[in-house]
Design a protein around this ligand. Structure first.
Ligand SMILES: *Cc1c(COP(=O)(O)O)cnc(C)c1O
Length: 389
């Protein structure tokens, strides 16, 4: 059966299975060998070469999910991001990053690139025109993230891909927040698609991994430098990630549905000042999101009324966990001001629209009525507290 003809959940369940020829088991056997015979074989297999049986199988699944020719799997999302960037950049080159980036990527850009003689700019805004203003004669790569963290701002992938083609630049996207279920950037002409598989691909908050999907030629280029940097993933975790991906379509669809309902609930709530979710008509990029996403995702943010204490609210939650990470089947919340964006000045944060009462909500697969109930009881708790003081 052609990979192009089969649907998402079939890809999730079957593509890239390693057949168990010996016992005919239902799932891929786990091959833990770091050493394979080199006589009479044409592939020199070795984990750091990204080509053990389990690594190869899982790469096929991820490539199929992203409508790409090939993929590689890494030890973390940051390994995927740094290996992909370093494969294409060299001393004297310039890279343009979108305005808001995942904190680890921001940290990589600002602390590592200059050591290698690579310069960078951050676009002042999310549009292709904001990126275009930063293009220099030595620019090589445009790097975007959509939806972005924490306000779920959407970047127009078609416009960015066209701009890049016109200027002969390579485009990379961090597609973690959307997951391949909700967004396939290859269909819009983006060249290199990166995931922190720690998030929706893993989905159970128990795996740290990363992935890159692209054309065979780009993957070959990334492979060549990545075998030197050495960021491969252990076969045990590769196997677990294959298992997790089987249910990704189901999980993420449930998270999309729950997030839409929670966003609508919060938007209509008297104690909530603002809700940011691309699935809401009130979101500034709703129409753009609709044009390039299959679903609006499981991430949203909201602001409490200024009279309510956000950190007290988070402490009063009983079901929803306060957590740095995201995308698991369990709902989590965090305050970007106290965590992911704590190192940024208040002025810089406010310039990007990140106010002190902002809360980022990673919506899980629990029953919506239980999530609403938890938020209601936490709000009631915060309100009685503020009356007492
Ligand atoms: C978590 C995350 C990363 C980094 O992934 P790790 O697996 O933690 O290295 C990169 N981008 C986004 C959007 C993320 O959420």
């Amino acid at each position: 059966m052609s990979k192009d003809k089969i649907g998402l959940n079939t890809i999730c369940t079957h593509v890239g299975e390693v057949p168990d020829k010996q016992f005919k088991g239902a799932v891929s056997p786990m091959y833990m060998s770091t050493s394979y015979a080199f006589e009479d074989v044409d592939v020199k297999r070795y984990p750091r070469y990204f080509n053990t049986p389990n690594q190869e199988g899982l790469s096929k699944k991820i490539a199929a999910l992203e409508h790409a020719e090939a993929a590689l799997i890494f030890g973390s999302g940051m390994a995927a991001i740094s290996h992909a960037l370093m494969a294409f950049l060299q001393a004297g080159d310039h890279v343009i990053f979108q305005q808001t980036l995942y904190g680890g990527t921001y940290n990589f850009a600002t602390t590592q690139l200059e050591k290698y003689g690579i310069s960078y700019s951050f676009a002042e805004g999310w549009g292709a025109e904001d990126i275009e203003r930063e293009i220099k004669p030595n620019t090589k790569v445009i790097y975007i993230e959509t939806p972005s963290n924490p306000l779920l701002t959407i970047t127009d992938m078609t416009a960015v891909a066209e701009l890049a083609k016109k200027n002969k630049l390579l485009t990379m996207i961090d597609n973690t927040f959307a997951s391949p279920v909700n967004q396939n950037p290859a269909d819009f002409g983006i060249d290199v698609i990166i995931h922190s598989a720690t998030k929706y691909m893993g989905g159970h908050s128990d795996i740290c991994a990363g992935a890159v999907a692209a054309s065979q030629a780009y993957i070959d280029a990334i492979w060549e430098s990545s075998i030197c940097f050495g960021g491969s993933l252990s076969d045990q975790t590769v196997w677990l990630l294959e298992r997790s991906l089987k249910t990704m379509g189901l999980r993420v669809t449930a998270q999309n549905n729950n997030a839409q309902k929670m966003a609508e609930f919060l938007e209509g709530h008297e104690d909530i000042d603002a809700v940011y979710y691309p699935g809401l008509r009130s979101h500034k990029d709703h129409i753009l999101a609709k044009s390039q996403m299959h679903g609006f995702g499981g991430m949203l943010s909201f602001e409490l009324k200024p009279s309510l204490d956000a950190s007290q609210f988070m402490k009063s939650l009983q079901l929803i966990k306060p957590s740095m990470s995201l995308a698991g089947v369990e709902s989590t919340m965090l305050s970007p001001v106290l965590t992911s964006h704590a190192l940024m000045s208040k002025e810089d944060r406010e310039k990007q629209g990140i106010r002190d009462g902002l809360i980022r909500f990673s919506v899980g697969i629990e029953e919506v009525k239980d999530l609403k109930g938890d938020i209601e009881q936490a709000l009631a708790h915060v309100k009685t507290k503020s009356v007492l003081v």
